[in-house]
Design a protein around this ligand. Structure first.
Ligand code: SF4
Length: 252
């Protein structure tokens, strides 16, 4: 199923302090103020250049397990997704009521990456940096919006559990990036213009694209232990911290 994206839902609010910190702007420094001056123009370029497209496909627990296990030997033994999938198969407290699994892919399109590349080639470093950072933030926001759309469109509304939908992507949290091959085979994101490079990079083209598996499950299922896994030592994103803040605002 192809999804529709409202620009207003996914473009970052340039007045928001969280946005500024997310793209590395400190408004109280001289450098930060110089970047702030450029932001309206860069935001305009972003708004005019993105062509958001996304797809989603509901899959069975077994299919989800097959995509995850495609790179079985390379996945970390303590990858949290393995446990979540096992819970999904076994049900909760013995109740045979599985979680919802869906594959997804999203892209901002070709043009935005071309403009970033051109700015860099022309040595417009600050403009290029700001546009790149804002585009990445837009992809993150689009993933959050996709989680919302997945809940609205696919989750069984009669399910009495307070499930929430969160994404997991190959290449993160102990899930080897080679599973992109299986994900692409099942989902076929080529339909919305996303191509996958061969190993070892498995880069997606256009660059501002993402893919993964959406899992709708009880909130506690998604609480990963920051730094508590064998693979965390290589992690720069620490995205589980933000995730925890959303799931349990008290931080516990
Ligand atoms: S620190 Fe968090 S986001 Fe990073 S790999 Fe570990 S669990 Fe995943």
């Amino acid at each position: 199923m192809e999804l529709e994206y409202d620009h207003l839902e996914i473009l970052p609010d340039l007045q928001n302090l969280q946005t500024l910190s997310g793209i590395g702007i400190n408004p109280s420094s001289d450098k930060g103020r110089r970047m702030l001056d450029k932001l309206p123009k860069i935001g305009e370029i972003l708004a005019q250049s993105v062509a958001p497209r996304g797809i989603i496909k509901k899959i069975s627990t077994e299919e989800a397990f097959a995509v995850f296990s495609f790179a079985k030997e390379e996945n970390a033994d303590d990858a949290p997704l393995a446990q979540i999938l096992m819970q999904g198969i076994q049900g909760i407290n013995g109740i045979n009521d599985t979680y919802l699994f869906a594959l997804f892919a999203f892209t901002l399109g070709e043009k935005i990456s071309e403009i970033i590349e051109r700015l860099m080639n022309e040595k417009e470093w600050v403009d290029g940096y700001l546009l790149d950072a804002l585009a990445s933030l837009t992809v993150e926001r689009a993933v959050n919006y996709t989680e919302k759309l997945c809940t609205e469109k696919l989750v069984n509304t009669t399910n009495p559990r307070p499930d929430i939908t969160i994404n997991y992507s190959p290449g993160y949290c102990g899930w080897h990036i080679r599973s992109q091959e299986a994900l692409f085979e099942q989902l076929q994101p080529e339909k919305i213009g996303i191509k996958l490079a061969a190993r070892p990079s498995y880069l997606m083209h256009p660059l501002k694209s993402t893919s993964g598996i959406l899992i709708s499950a009880p909130p506690a299922t998604h609480l990963l232990v920051t730094g508590g896994h064998s693979f965390c030592i290589h992690c720069k994103s620490r995205s589980c911290v933000n995730r925890r803040a959303i799931i349990t605002p008290s931080g516990r």
